[in-house]
Design a protein around this ligand. Sequence first.
Ligand code: ADP
Ligand code: MG
Length: 231
Amino acid sequence: MKETSQVFSQAKREGRKNLLETEAKTVCTDYGIPVTKFELAKNEDQAVKFAEKIGFPIVLKIVSPDILHKSDVGGVMVSLRDEGETRNAYQQIMKNVKKHKANAKIVGVLVQEMAPASTEVIVGSIKDPQFGPALMFGLGGIFVEVLKDVTFRIAPITEEEALEMITEVKAYPLLKGYRNTPPADINAIVQILLSTSKLVMEHQEIKELDLNPIMVYEKGAKTVDARIVLE
Ligand code: ADP
Ligand code: MG
């Protein structure tokens, strides 16, 4: 699609393989994958203006081609409730980044809506040299990181296969609802898997893709962090 191609050609022109979060989320939106509302601020006043436009609480994140793991350098501040907290967080992020990576090129600060906590899932893709793009699915946090409770399919996948991926992980019962947690919108996850399949099939230059985490609600879902690496 048009915007996706523009994002990829600009990154290639600038010799960047790791897309910025803004770029990865623009690609997601282009393919109908829901992401948190975001605006790129170039200074503190602009960050406040965007925060008011998006609506509190908000999240601020550093945007830099030299920083892959934003929270590792103190580059992510969540649950900011008003103008004062936004200004403090903006200054703190700049301080943290200067301390951890003095030479990092700073593109700006991403202002985004704060996605309410919910069940977290992960959708990913890696390109297998033999089979081409493959899709991955799992539940967030310990399920992927500790228990390796994930499932894979070679792309492209059908709607039926997407549903199979979701139901075959061990943690699946958590998505059906338990105790005070309502059932998650399974169809929203199916749609994200299908859109991701379409994206990686149409853009074979994608080496890795990570939507992590995606918050899944009773109705709908929202991608909180997106990472795309080009070949
Ligand atoms: P990185 O992975 O580069 O450190 P993330 O964008 O994943 O940075 O942010 C770190 C964590 O902060 C996320 O895993 C999530 O728990 C939280 N977070 C980030 N953005 C949001 C958001 N818009 N709404 C809610 N939580 C968020
Ligand atoms: Mg992340």
